[in-house]
Write a protein that binds this ligand. Structure first.
Ligand code: XIL
Length: 299
């Protein structure tokens, strides 16, 4: 195949991009997206601040634009993200104890319920661990205690039983203290029947990334009986060094049968959150970069 999505589909995988619906009206953006990718995720439009700006008042316009674009093009949609310490609306910040618990469950029910049946996999919980493997001391952790992650997954399962439910994080791109802690949590969830189906590896990387345990790390999670997904791939740098990292990450996914797909965190360097680092597969004029060819080669 001569596109990322087409090549990924040959092994039953997807190749996706994070999308800002505000750019869908730009012809070059839409044509690169539609030609190359067969999955999308909203870069910001489905986050808590965007979807529930006031408690119980949901705002799905931007998220719905992403979903309707995807439906019209036959693309899958990943959901990102139901619960996160960042990009929470101001009203959530003031809540304590059971009020925060009710808000979290209400948010998950409202958003996952709205998109029920339309999401291939949800990032139910994002970035809940620190580098040393301890829990991040977010408002959720401090107010609700260790059980909050499990509660979030149970609420998501009730709201959209058909979606795969993922835990998603960064810095988990190899075997280290952080990925070890997440591994233990996933193993515990599987043993106790807590509904978790997948683990997302964001993979915000640089051109000097050490990928020596990347594949092995994906495989040990897969061996717990969950799918693994590369959910936010971008690689600071350019040329051959950048291409090497994109190629090795793609090859690692392809080598793990339960690695179901790769999402890059954007389409073009022009709109990347790390724009100055030119971390994506298309440059700011939508030209294919060396890294593009490297990915296509190994897909
Ligand atoms: C980023 C977006 O790309 C930015 O536009 C926004 O200002 C901040 O969030 N990990 C995640 C993503 O899970 O949601 C973040 O996205 C990047 C880091």
């Amino acid at each position: 195949a001569d596109t990322l999505g087409g090549a990924a589909a040959q092994s039953g995988r997807y190749f996706g991009a994070a999308v800002d619906p505000g750019h869908l009206g730009e012809g070059d953006y839409a044509s690169a997206l539609n030609r190359e990718f067969n999955s999308v995720v909203a870069e910001n439009a489905m986050k808590w601040d965007a979807t529930e700006p006031n408690q119980g008042q949901f705002s799905f316009g931007a998220g719905d634009q992403v979903v309707s674009h995807a439906r019209s093009k036959g693309m899958k949609v990943r959901g990102h993200t139901l619960v996160w310490h960042s990009q929470q609306p101001a009203w959530v910040r003031g809540l304590t104890g059971d009020s925060l618990r009710r808000a979290m469950i209400g948010h998950i029910s409202g958003v996952a319920g709205h998109y029920r049946g339309q999401i291939s996999s949800w990032d139910v919980v994002n970035e809940a661990f620190e580098w040393d493997g301890s829990r991040r001391q977010s408002n959720l952790q401090q107010q609700l205690g260790n059980g909050w992650i499990e509660e979030a997954f149970r609420a998501a399962d009730a709201a959209d039983p058909g979606a795969k439910l993922c835990y998603n994080d960064y810095g988990t791109d190899g075997i280290n203290a952080k990925s070890d802690a997440i591994y233990r949590m996933v193993k515990d969830f599987r043993n106790r029947g807590v509904p978790i189906d997948c683990v997302g590896f964001q993979s915000h990387l640089d051109s000097n990334a050490d990928l020596s345990t990347y594949r092995q790390n994906l495989q040990r999670f897969a061996d717990l009986g969950v799918d693994v997904e590369i959910t936010e791939l971008d690689v600071g740098g350019s040329g051959a060094a950048q291409a090497r990292v994109f190629r090795d990450v793609t090859a690692a996914c392809v080598a793990v049968s339960r690695c179901t797909g790769i999402t890059t965190w954007g389409v073009t360097d022009k709109y990347s959150w790390r724009s100055q680092e030119t971390p994506l597969l298309f440059d700011s004029a939508y030209r294919k970069k060396a890294a593009y060819g490297a990915v296509l080669d190994v897909l």
